[in-house]
Write a protein that binds this ligand. Sequence first.
Ligand code: ISJ
Length: 286
Amino acid sequence: MTGRRNNPLRVGRIDYANAWPLFHYLEEYTEQAGIDVVLKVPAELNRLLREGEIQVSAVSSFAYGMNDQDYILMPHLSVGSEGKVNSILLFLKEPIESSPPGRIAVTTTSATSVNMLKILMNKYYEINPAYEPAEPDLDRMLEGADGALLIGDPAIRESWENKGLTVIDLGEVWNKWTGLAMTYAVVAARKEAVEASPEAFNRLYEAFAASKEQSVNNLSPLISKACEQLGGDRAYWQMYFTSLNYDFGPKQQEGLTLYFRYAKELGLLDHEVSLHFYKEETLPNR
Ligand SMILES: C=C(O[C@@H]1C=C(C(=O)O)C=C[C@H]1O)C(=O)O
């Protein structure tokens, strides 16, 4: 993070590989525009955006749902999957069918996935375990629980270990059950900040859209960086980045809308969520 300069905008960046395509080439622009980029796990970014400490951020889609009246979505940008996500994983000591978990430790870094887990447990598996928020450390989480939910890079690292656990990919279960995609993160902005400086937002949006396009068109630099920084081989990261989807079209919106509906039904959200987008009609269709 660079020191605060004349630009009043601060942008939140998710500190996991899953969001790299949105941000990899963005920082050239933010550097040049004097925009600070704050690198944190999703739950921290959710809080900073809600408190107005940052004005635009990739956040948990659930956090957008909680604050949809105060936020505006940046169109055509998300982190999602239609099927396996590979980094939102429930690790269980015993197979879920023969031995349903009574207690699940859930990472404190997430909002979307924790609530997705609650929806899937309640509506798909029809069980009601207790949920215990915990730091993302699998071995410690499993000391006091039958299962543990991890997201992001810690989930990926644990998926490479062989600890004799049953591993359930929540993106895969969601897709099998609903037939739909799921959107884990969106890029949201605080409404009043957008209204105060629309030109700055236009430029920032263009830079986000360009970063995504460039990343998706040539994954090779991201794959090299992932091998260097996180381990694993090129084939893994090729699979990882191509299983994720960064669009936010009708398909992604349909899955997320159903998720919000279920969250409301279960009392995880106290209102119906509507998706409103930044100047959708005037932006180029990506
Ligand atoms: C794909 C992922 O989605 C993430 C899951 C989030 C959540 O559960 O709140 C938030 C942001 C996303 O980056 C992941 O964590 O690997």
